[in-house]
Design a protein around this ligand. Sequence first.
Ligand SMILES: Cc1cc2nc3c(=O)[nH]c(=O)nc-3n(C[C@H](O)[C@H](O)[C@H](O)COP(=O)(O)O)c2cc1C
Length: 163
Amino acid sequence: MTTTIPVLDERRLRHVFGAFPSGVAAVAALVDGAPVGIAASSFTSVSLDPPLVSLCIARSSTTWPLLRAVPRLGVSILSAAQERAGRQLAARRADRFAELSWRPTADGAVLLDGASGWLETSIEQQVRAGDHDIVVLRVRDLDADHDINPLVFHASQFRRLEP
Ligand SMILES: Cc1cc2nc3c(=O)[nH]c(=O)nc-3n(C[C@H](O)[C@H](O)[C@H](O)COP(=O)(O)O)c2cc1C
């Protein structure tokens, strides 16, 4: 049963959740030989030993059922130059990978070229949490370049860090 308290309506929750800035990750993999992915601002580091990260994925996602079935998921931390990729990977009716430069790993994860960082992961655990699932991912491989500025998502807008 869901109890709706007026001050906690969805608009207000989005408003306040959006005050917390995050990066934007592209979560992607090959499905039947073609790249499939979504943009996710919920990417968070979780644990060093074992190496774990997490995502929160809406239970309404139509793409997640495809991604959760593959052995490896790529997580690319989008750079400030990849705002277009951030929009495209969330678009409802579009070829989400059109004109994006990406590469598959040997195990079928999909990574975007030019990202600030990337991780190759496998699903460790999924926990139902309201209208989302908390997805815990085990890190299999990773790298990052701190000289490539990240894309920032804040107050429902893409932003950049000041130099
Ligand atoms: C900047 C940004 C961040 C997003 N973060 C998440 C997220 O963390 N979790 C999520 O489930 N959807 C997130 N979305 C929405 C998904 O990218 C996608 O639009 C949604 O899953 C609907 O598409 P689908 O039905 O193909 O899954 C985000 C969208 C944008 C633009």
